[in-house]
Write a protein that binds this ligand. Structure first.
Ligand code: NDP
Ligand code: ZN
Length: 357
């Protein structure tokens, strides 16, 4: 089969590989729709997780099952399924303790395009099909379904980590597709005021759609100074970081009220250390919590998040600004993700012929 791969740091290309084998608990799928991710950009061009050779990319997609292992109970050939970016080993001790995304080691629940071949291929392998797949429900457009693999769960995980509650004043730093889903998640969790940090006008428009009340442009000066101006010097209660770099944490600490929480989902592609400003961190006693986490994946999360779309609580269509037809277009879609033109939020690639537009 052919697949679009990371050949080495800074290099991508099409390669031929054996079709993956199906274990007793597994499934083999062919993609029906796919999306590239900013994480692929960090992985390939920043070498952020180290060298990878001939590893097929892609961890956001929906698929059609072409083969199931003999122990798989709930899925059959022909089912169209949501596939999470994170596919944990549910029997692992890490999963049992509540951190399924780290099953088998730190970040090891993230298998596609990290430890094994991803979805940008004619076929891809899903471990623990019963634990990780979910049927695409009625009312969820299969073309948009890849947004449920990673963008929705990750943006929402920023909100979960920040522990946003009713009435909280929240800041979301970064309003690419992940940050936009953090804005949507904060709205669903009852945030009162939502300050967002970004610069591209189409993202700002989408952020307002999802519930942003105030816009901060990080190109106009320090984020913390701007937030202090907007809050009479008080700062905010919760912060989700979904963009920026290692220096963003200092800004977030300065902008946070004592007792506040920062939930980071940004993938830090470069830089050695994160600096915590001593005085702004209450000289060590400010109760300003920083949490950073890979999104949880798995079947239940796919089921629950897709219900928000199914029952009209979450509109994922605003995330998708570009559509391509045909597996070979994953290359163009990924390059678009790398360039980040002004009109881009997220591209999708439609692979199933009956879905092509
Ligand atoms: P985008 O690149 O689309 O968005 C990044 C956002 O951050 C933009 O709004 C951008 O502003 C803003 N930004 C850029 N520089 C700064 C800065 N210096 N200070 C403040 N804001 C800044 O990324 P995505 O939304 O696709 O992804 C966000 C991050 O989440 C990525 O690092 C990605 O790898 C990571 N990720 C993490 C996952 C997890 O499980 N934890 C899963 C998936 C993704 P603008 O462009 O408007 O100027
Ligand atoms: Zn992703």
């Amino acid at each position: 089969m052919k697949g679009f791969a990371m050949l080495g740091i800074g290099k991508t290309g099409w390669i031929e590989k054996e079709r993956p084998k199906c274990g007793p608990l597994d499934a083999i799928c062919k993609p029906i729709s796919l999306a590239p991710c900013t994480s692929d950009v960090h992985t390939v061009w920043e070498g952020a997780i180290g060298e990878r050779h001939d590893m097929i990319l892609g961890h956001e997609g929906a698929g059609e099952i072409v083969e199931v292992g003999e122990l798989v109970k709930d899925f059959k050939v022909g089912d169209r399924v949501l596939v999470p970016a994170i596919t944990p080993d549910w029997h692992s001790l890490e999963a049992q303790v509540g951190y399924s995304m780290h099953s088998g080691g730190m970040l090891a629940g993230w298998k596609f395009s990290n430890f094994k071949d991803g979805m940008f291929a004619e076929y891809f392998h899903v471990n623990d099909a019963d634990g990780n797949l979910a049927l695409i429900p009625e009312g969820v457009d299969p073309v948009l379904a890849p947004m449920l693999s990673d963008m929705v769960p990750t943006g929402f995980h920023g909100v979960e980590q920040a522990q946003v509650n009713f009435g909280d004043e929240v800041m979301v730093i970064g309003i690419g597709p992940v940050g936009l889903m953090a804005v949507a998640g904060a709205s669903l969790r009852g945030a009162s005021r939502i300050y967002v940090v970004g610069s591209r006008p189409n993202c700002v428009e989408a952020a307002k759609f999802y519930g942003a009340t105030d816009i901060i442009n990080y190109r106009d000066g320090s984020i913390s100074e701007q937030i202090m101006d907007l809050t009479d010097g008080k700062g905010v209660e919760k912060i989700v970081i979904a963009g920026g770099n290692v220096d963003t944490f200092s800004e977030a600490i300065k902008a946070l009220k004592p007792g506040g929480r920062i939930g980071n989902v940004n993938y830090l592609g470069s830089g050695e250390n994160i600096k915590i400003p001593r005085v702004d961190w209450g000289v060590g006693m400010g109760h300003k919590v920083i949490s950073g986490g890979l999104t949880p994946g798995g079947r239940l999360r796919m089921v629950k998040l897709s219900k928000l779309v199914q029952y009209g609580k979450l509109d994922i269509s605003k995330l998708v600004t570009h559509k391509f037809n045909g597996l070979e277009r994953v290359e163009d879609a990924l390059m678009l993700m790398r360039e980040k033109p002004k009109d881009l939020i997220k591209p999708v690639v439609i692979v199933a012929e009956d879905l092509m537009e």
